[in-house]
Design a protein around this ligand. Sequence first.
Ligand code: NAD
Ligand code: UDX
Length: 464
Amino acid sequence: MKIKNICCIGAGYVGGPTMAVIAQKCPEIDVTVVDINKERIAAWNDEDVENIPIYEPGLSAVVKEARGRNLFFSTDVDAAIDKADMIFISVNTPTKTYGIGKGMAADLKYIELCARQIARVSKNDKIVVEKSTLPVRTAEALKNILDNTGNGVNYQILSNPEFLAEGTAVDDLMNPDRVLIGGDIDTPEGKEAVEALVDVYAHWVPRERLLTTNVWSSELSKLTANAFLAQRVSSINAMSELCEKTGADVNEVAKAVGMDSRIGPKFLKSSVGFGGSCFQKDILNLVYISKSFGLNEVADYWEQVILMNDHQKRRFAAKIVQTLFNTVSGKKIALLGWAFKKDTNDTRESAAIYVADYLLNEQAEIVVYDPKVKTEQIYADLDYLNTRSSEENRARVKVVNTPYEATKDAHAVAVLTEWDEFIALDWKKIYEEMLKPAFLFDGRRLLERKTKEEIGFEFYAIGS
Ligand code: NAD
Ligand code: UDX
């Protein structure tokens, strides 16, 4: 079966880039990305392709090539579902904020709404692809909803989790380590559906990287991959604290252990803590699932990855307070970077939010500079924590357009995102314009200690 029309529900960080790449690589397939968020769709359709809602290196060029040819963005969800022979569900699956499983389980209400809408609208057979990250066995619930509409439509459900990382999404999509497709491979219809999706990816991904499994393995592999990745970061961050007490240097330790081919060098960069929309949410979900099966040891094991990460963020903020003579009350602290990592404008779960909140509780005056994050997003992130009123956040946090505005007259500067441009700042000028002693806290191991100390900074870096 050849796919001619794809619909993707959810035009976010995953749906947008993923579909843009599919459309670029498969010019004979029409790809329509739909969303209920009108502003988001309008931004994807903005005449100036630089105004698309997601910043990712290389993405605007891909969108420019395919948009209007075979890539479309629309708010007409029903029409896109009706036309499609394959429907990707790529909506958000955040941690539940209410009821049973609050703070742990994934909130599947958006997924269920999609399933009900697909069931209501569909008139011919569809392949429904789980692109969102979902708890293992969600496909069962989806199938239940879809199969109980009595309109004679047959559905095949596939799991095709996305492994792209933000900031490198286009590269990751163009050249993935693997593409995972889970399906009902024991039935001819299931096999056919899997093959249809394999054929889409085979336009540009070598066959040996297209991995097919049963649905449950695919769903669980995504949670497992994120748990393993986050665990590496928490592991090296745990060692960073020990390094600071012992005179070891966490970069040297990471290099030494990473050269063991069984361990490998990637994902061993100590930091102020991992952020992003996935790691915390997916591990909490894994913990919740494990607990729901009574697997308390498994749950506790993975929960520790989150506890370590929370500790790392708190520890970094506390270090600032302690170093500034145990008080930051009324002191200006410049935060360089707000995004959860470089090369993205995404701030979800960014360590910067928590560091700022901690310092605000200590009555600091915060000034933020980030090259890609919008001012309103920064306030929205702080308001979301509900620690203080929105007015107070606006009064105590200033967002500026240049790093030098942020650092002028500051008591301390903290680097919270590893943007390349921070390396090449005029650190001498920054030093001269700061209050003395001028404290510099590197939460990303981005800056060179020697040159900063020569300028005169009191320099602290995570893990040494
Ligand atoms: P996102 O919040 O950026 O985008 C989701 C979009 O879905 C939103 O624009 C929302 O308006 C839309 N939506 C929600 N319900 C809808 C409905 N009923 N009809 C139409 N549109 C609807 O989220 P994201 O970062 O793209 O993540 C999507 C999924 O992919 C999540 O499950 C996430 O865990 C997973 N994932 C994310 C990443 C990542 O790097 N962000 C990577 C891999 C997997
Ligand atoms: C992650 C997974 O990598 C990706 O496969 C999945 O699809 C979505 O979740 P993402 O969150 O976009 O991707 O970025 P990632 O590069 O994994 O970084 C996550 C966080 O960990 C960032 O805050 C980053 O700064 C931090 N990190 C990463 C470290 O602190 N040290 C490292 O060595 C690596």
